[in-house]
Design a protein around this ligand. Structure first.
Ligand code: PEP
Ligand code: MG
Length: 545
């Protein structure tokens, strides 16, 4: 048993086998497929192409080696012709509406497991052949772009039913969204930080995460415990140790149940100040938690994830459906939709490939939208249409000056009149600015004169204040002194907002950290938007202040 100490990024305990994401850079991603017929056709073409290659290989092998050796390629063809296997793949594509690569991988894992469990020595000898054939199908589906090691690492490490801990050097938000997480219990990320988008998303999904520990070959396939509360990774624990941790997991579950006692309480301080307690969401799963935990609504809907999880631009209607669903699910609770917030760590590939997109790494938040007006207008139309179905607010990321806010409002007015001219029903909505840079803090009085509310992005604000490289994956710069400087800046923003009679909330990770709740309340913050799973813990804290 070996212990490694990293940094705690979220909370909780995970137990599972180590899986190195690095080996499988081209991890088979799961995609939703609408046109399953086209997908089956793609599968069939891939199989035919592999068969043709095998025929050529057989001919080549026969001339270069003896017939016995070459006959292996005939065996490969037999495996490819196995109708049961092909039918199972097709069934998965049709029933689960998934891409062929994913369906092939699922069936492949099952076949390999079945062979491993069989005592049939002939079959056991064939296991590598089966692996090879499937690698070739995947490779052909992916136009040979898949790393050769990928499937074998998947097959060796993840057998159905196994719990897995993913180790990665770095993870991007879109990778997290697209990884099949059904067997995954926790994450160990070597280059990460508390404020990195990857950590934020994993936290909102409830995964225990440790940062700062690097994967080593000796960990391969070993059982691991991720103790995200202490930042410890334990590799190869014995059974006693595992059962100790299982008991701790049960205790955490019981503690979480304890918080349920505040579920129906109004979020008031002891002297009666009503604090608005919202949650941050990235997808549909998070939405149901708002009602489950009786939060006041969504304080930050990170809409860029609707773009990141797609392989092409979502249409206005797709966006509208997502926003409408959110508004309706919240049953008139406040839904603050943040418009597309693009940054170097969260930009879809199809944006970069698109020659019509105006993008430079330095463009952040709403600046990107103002440089890509059509894209911006499409999203605004979708949000404004959804405002007819609930209590919708629009929030703009990284607003640095009041001039920018005025410019945005003009565009919004144009969109409203276009929708009115088209006789499309819209509701009422308010508009807020995210303050998350030093420049914005300086201009917070002027911005507050234009905006209906302010929300403080403490993640980017800390980054802008203390991190010269603006690399959110690195928080080694963050010290205790930094916290007090960050809080001083937050105080300036709150005072400027209140001077102009608007509410000031905070939606960065600081809002979820109960060590700062009291200070934020003393500074007169009006609302906190936190990770959904932290709503009850933060409410309990507020009730005691
Ligand atoms: C922030 O910067 O604090 C914030 C909430 O936005 P994001 O983390 O999505 O950049
Ligand atoms: Mg931000």
């Amino acid at each position: 048993m070996t212990k490694y100490t990293g940094k705690t990024a979220t909370s909780g305990i995970a137990i599972g086998k180590a899986y190195n994401f690095k080996i499988s850079q081209n991890y088979v991603r799961r995609h939703h497929i609408d046109d399953t017929d086209a997908e089956i056709l793609r599968l069939e073409e891939a199989i035919i192409s592999v068969k043709n290659t095998l025929k050529e290989t057989y001919i080549k092998a026969s001339s270069e080696t003896d017939k016995n050796n070459a006959s292996i390629f005939e065996v490969y063809q037999l495996i490819l012709d196995d109708a049961d296997i092909k039918d199972s793949i097709i069934e998965i594509i049709v029933k689960r509406h998934v891409n062929a690569e994913f369906a092939v991988t699922v069936v492949y894992r099952k076949v390999v497991k079945k062979i491993k469990n069989s005592k049939d020595s002939y079959q056991l000898e064939r296991i590598d052949d089966v692996k090879d054939v499937y690698k070739q199908i995947i490779s052909s589906l992916n136009k040979n772009e898949v790393a050769k090691s990928e499937l074998s690492s998947l097959a060796n490490n993840i057998t159905p039913g196994d719990s897995v801990i993913i180790f990665a050097d770095e993870l991007t938000p879109s990778e997290i969204i697209n990884i099949d997480k059904s067997n995954v219990t926790g994450f160990v990320i070597s280059k990460g930080s508390l404020n990195s988008h990857a950590t934020i998303i994993l936290k909102s999904m409830g995964f225990p995460v440790i940062i700062g520990v690097k994967y080593q070959d000796s960990m391969e396939n070993k059982f691991c415990i991720v103790d995200a509360d202490t930042g410890e990774l334990i590799v190869g624990p014995d059974n006693d140790f595992i059962s100790q941790y299982e008991k701790m997991q049960n205790k955490i579950e019981l503690e979480n149940k304890e918080f349920l006692k505040v579920i129906n309480k109004e979020t008031l301080t002891k002297d009666g100040k009503r604090i608005y307690l919202y949650a941050n969401v990235v997808d549909d799963n998070d939405l149901s938690k708002i009602n489950d935990y009786n939060a006041d609504g969504v304080g930050l809907f990170r809409s860029e994830f609707l773009y990141l999880k797609n392989e092409n631009y979502p249409s206005e209607d797709e966006l509208f459906i997502a926003f409408k669903k959110a508004a309706e699910t919240l049953r008139n609770k406040r839904l603050i939709i943040r418009t597309l917030d693009i940054g170097p760590d969260k930009i879809p590939e199809y944006f970069i490939k698109d020659k019509n997109i105006n993008y430079e790494e330095s463009m952040r938040g709403v600046e990107f939208c103002l440089n890509n007006i059509d894209l911006f207008k499409t999203e605004l139309r979708a949000i404004i249409r959804a405002s007819a179905y609930g209590n919708v607010a629009i929030m703009y990321p990284m607003v640095n000056t009041s001039g920018t806010f005025i410019q945005i409002k003009e565009i919004v007015n144009q969109v409203v009149s276009e929708l009115n001219n088209e006789n499309i029903t819209i509701g009422s909505f308010i508009q807020g600015a995210m303050i998350e840079t030093k420049e914005a803090v300086k201009n917070s009085d002027a911005i507050s004169k234009e905006a209906d509310f302010i929300s403080i992005g403490s993640n980017d604000l800390s980054d802008d204040l203390f991190n010269p490289n603006h690399d959110r994956n690195n928080t080694s710069f963050f010290t205790k002194d930094n916290y007090s400087e960050l809080l001083d800046n937050i105080k300036i923003i709150i005072d400027n907002g209140h001077k102009n009679n608007i509410k000031v909330e905070i939606c960065g990770e600081l809002a979820s950290n109960i060590n700062f709740t009291e200070q934020l309340l003393k500074m007169d913050i009006d609302g906190l938007s936190v990770v959904p799973l932290e709503v009850l813990r933060v409410r309990e804290k507020i009730l005691g202040i």
